[in-house]
Design a protein around this ligand. Structure first.
Ligand code: GAP
Length: 443
């Protein structure tokens, strides 16, 4: 029963995301392409807002973190050094009966096809997840290259370039936002597991002796960010400490959130030891160590990583925000109406304020107000349909504040601010409006 309800909920979220222009299938008119998603007007706005928030939190407000924007295609040796070319693979098997392909690690019983129950399965085989391409006019193995499977590898490779240019000393971090590609065998759960996605990663370089301290620090910072900026509460988010660690790792955890299809990883915080830098030293033949002039010694930097998917963040925000209410709607005089509402935090809502003239006759003055507010907030102007319908439309895209410009407004220089969640209305003087909204957004 509960599973059924959760499937329905997920279907509603996917359908709303498409209808309201958040996310839809890539290449839909050609039947779509599995594991690839396009962001429509509101999705694109929101993605940009989350990126900016993350960048501000992780780079701009910190003197000890620098930004990087590297290429998607790197020298193929980067992926040899990182281990991706040899080890970044999933074990798969095929059902000879129904032809379904399964990841062995996700099968409850690896001897039985979860799709049709047949026991006629092929032997497990390894599938590499790196996306391959060719650089230059000749399409042979000598010209093969790969789309990056994670954004962090170029950060390791560029460590000295960034350090010298930014005059940084250990400890410091390098952050990057960008596309990553994985030839996932089973893309699923909407955008949760895609083949093209955006990562936001930060690699913090420090002395080995301080590794655990920084690991705890970044863990705390990231949890605080989700609580305070994205509004994730403890019933929606949990920490999963890894018991089984990669051989080089000292500690690792996932920040998981409760999607309708179950708990899923949103972000990883990893203590990667000196593995990455040592590997790049070994494969490039370059000295990747840091000269600690104060103590007159060379150290191989230890790395603490925070790594989150932007697409998964948007999905988490959508799932956490989705709500339907009836009782509240009655306040606006429609007893039987079910209101669909996305309760996004105002900080990342695609539209933060909507200016709604009560009548078309008021459009000109209301538009002036909109133009003014639009310089400070993500804003929308809407004059089409009854005011009730316009409120509902804004509820569905998660706009926290609707500003109604009515016939009194020109006279008393005030507008009505209607709050999405409480549906309470307040009269606010236009001269106070900007600070009133800023305060409530929580910049
Ligand atoms: N550099 C470490 C790293 O890439 P990961 O756990 O493989 O670690 C980090 O990925 C984050 O990237 C995940 O927590 C998730 O948010 C996102 N991610 C990974 N694979 C993804 C996929 N196929 N589709 C969407 N997001 C993905």
């Amino acid at each position: 029963m509960a599973e059924n309800k959760n499937t329905q909920l997920m279907e509603k979220i996917v359908s709303l995301a498409k209808r309201r222009g958040f996310i839809f299938q890539s290449s839909e008119i050609y039947g779509g392409i599995n594991g690839f998603w396009d962001y429509g007007p509101y999705g694109a706005r929101m993605k940009r807002a989350v990126e900016q928030l993350w960048w501000r939190e992780m780079v701009e407000t910190r003197d000890n973190v620098e930004g990087l924007d590297s290429t998607i295609i790197c020298h193929p040796k980067v992926w040899k050094a990182s281990g991706h070319l040899d080890q970044f693979s999933d074990e798969m098997c095929d059902c000879r009966e129904c032809k379904a392909r399964h990841r062995v690690d996700q099968m409850e019983n690896p001897e039985v096809c979860p799709n049709c129950g047949s026991k006629d399965l092929t032997e497990p085989r390894e599938f590499n997840l790196m996306m391959k391409t060719f650089v230059g006019p000749v399409f042979d193995e000598d010209h093969a290259a790969y789309l990056r499977a994670e954004t962090c590898q170029p950060i390791f490779v560029d460590f000295h370039n960034v350090r010298v240019a930014a005059r940084q000393k250990l400890p410091f971090g390098i952050a990057q936002i960008g596309k990553a590609f994985r030839n996932e065998i089973n893309p699923r759960n909407f955008t949760f597991r895609s083949r093209e996605f955006t990562q936001m990663e930060m690699e913090f370089f420090c002395d080995e002796a301080e590794g655990m301290e920084w690991y705890e620090y970044w863990k705390g910072q990231r949890i605080k960010y989700y609580r305070e900026k994205l509004g994730f509460t403890d019933d929606f988010m949990k920490i999963h400490d890894h018991e089984k660690l990669a051989h080089y790792a000292k500690a690792a955890l996932d920040i998981e959130v409760k999607f309708p299809f179950g708990w899923g990883e949103l972000e990883g915080v990893h203590h990667r030891g000196t593995w990455d830098m040592s590997r790049h030293q070994e494969f490039s033949g370059q000295d990747m160590q840091y000269m600690d002039h104060d103590n007159k010694r060379k150290v191989m930097p230890t790395v603490i990583e925070t790594s989150v998917g932007l697409d998964r963040t948007i999905l988490a925000l959508l799932c956490n925000a989705y709500d339907e209410d009836t009782a509240e709607t009655q306040k606006e005089g429609k007893a039987t109406d079910v209101r669909t509402v996305l309760r996004f935090p105002a900080l990342v809502a695609p539209v933060q304020i909507a200016v709604l003239p009560l009548s078309k006759k008021l459009s000109e003055s209301a538009k002036e107000l909109y133009n003014d507010l639009n310089r400070h907030f993500r804003s929308e102007f809407d004059v089409t349909g009854s005011i009730g319908k316009r409120y509902r439309r804004q509820d569905e895209i998660g706009t926290p504040f609707c500003i109604t410009y009515d016939f009194e407004s020109a006279e008393d220089n005030s507008v009505t601010v209607r709050h999405r969640d409480s549906m309470q209305q307040e009269r606010v003087n236009v001269t106070q409006l900007r600070s009133y909204i800023e305060e409530r957004i929580g910049y």
